[in-house]
Design a protein around this ligand. Structure first.
Ligand code: ISE
Length: 326
């Protein structure tokens, strides 16, 4: 495990105790004390250098959950060592950087990389996907998504709101419609304070078959965390629903609780994601979103950032699929 912040710790605990066929052996974090504390609790080794951990021949596979800006270098090191890797999103901060990963992975001729777009393992998103692929809602003509965070973690300018948060929605759009986004137009409003932090960013998108997309991310809801995705088809609509919740009538009110964080909303999806990854390593058959998906989402993010800063619609500049991605 490279990175033992919130996400790395969650993956590490899952791998240590809940995933059959996996043995967690070592963790690394730039904050070595944090890694050492978790390693002590889980009975594994804390390694001071992430690249040393990746190079260790006793380690078969790596999870990257370090800060976003470090993902690409660690992913390249894993590919260089021919080690399978589950890399948290975003695969890279820019499409150009993700492209280097595509080149390295495809040169080896086999898929080594899974990207942490965990919504592809979320029951509600999978149910929407089934409704689309079964033809029940006709031909998809529009994707709509709302992604609400309780509060920004750190200084989140519009660049980070897009590359850290909305990148999930770009992948959901591609996953649920099975099409690529070719153009985007972003508008956004800042939080009060004049320090360029993003409150809400909205992106309207055009897909390669002319379908439409409308995505908004709210970085500071003040009430909790919600994610919803919807596909509108020529003869029906499929949208995510939350099946595991109760409507409570009490004290003169009818209410439904809202999850407080992504970890609460997507806990089962993160576990399913890592289980599927480990199972795929045993079977030698890759599953889930790969480097191509990480690259394609970053290409959309690049265009959305450019649009947010320029005020103009921007065409997505993505290379065609090649090599192992065909
Ligand atoms: C966070 O990093 C995640 O990946 C969550 O899934 C997302 O909803 C949140 O906006 C991000 O900041």
């Amino acid at each position: 495990m490279v990175g033992t912040g919130l996400m790395g710790e969650l993956h590490a605990r899952n791998l240590r105790a809940r995933v059959p066929g996996a043995e967690l052996v070592a963790v690394h974090d730039v904050d070595h004390d944090r890694a050492t504390a978790l390693a002590g609790e889980l009975g594994v080794t804390a390694v001071a250098d992430g690249f040393e951990l990746i190079a260790d021949e006793a380690i078969d596979a790596v999870v990257i959950a370090s800060p976003d800006v470090t993902h690409a270098d660690y992913a390249l090191a894993c590919i260089g060592a021919a080690k399978p890797v589950l890399c948290e999103k975003p695969l890279a901060i820019t499409a150009a950087s993700a492209d280097e990963i595509l080149e390295a992975e495809s040169a080896g001729g086999v898929r080594l990389l899974q990207v942490g777009f965990m919504r592809e393992f979320d029951a509600a998103h999978l149910a929407v996907r089934r409704a689309v692929t079964s033809g029940r809602i006709g031909r998809p003509v529009m994707f709509r998504a709302t992604h609400v965070n309780p509060f920004p973690v750190g200084h989140v300018a519009v660049e980070q709101a897009i590359t850290q948060s909305m990148i999930h929605d770009f992948n959901s759009a591609r996953f649920l419609l099975g099409r690529e986004i070719v153009e985007v137009y972003s508008i956004w409003v800042p939080l009060p304070g004049g320090d360029d932090r993003c409150h809400i960013v909205t992106v309207s998108a055009t897909f390669d078959d002319g379908s439409l997309g409308l995505i908004d991310v709210n970085m500071q809801s003040g009430y909790g965390y919600t994610v919803s995705a919807e596909v509108i088809g020529t003869s029906g609509v499929a949208r995510t629903a939350r099946p595991t919740t109760a409507v409570v009538l009490a004290e003169g009110r009818q209410s439904i609780d809202v999850e407080e964080s992504w970890a609460a909303r997507f806990g089962p999806a993160y576990l399913a994601e890592v289980e599927a990854w480990v199972d795929s390593l045993h079977r030698g058959v890759p599953v889930g979103p790969g480097a191509w998906d990480g690259y394609a989402a970053s290409a959309v993010a690049d265009a959305a950032v450019l649009s947010a800063r320029s005020g103009h619609p921007v065409a997505v500049d993505a290379r065609p699929r090649f090599g192992i991605y065909l």
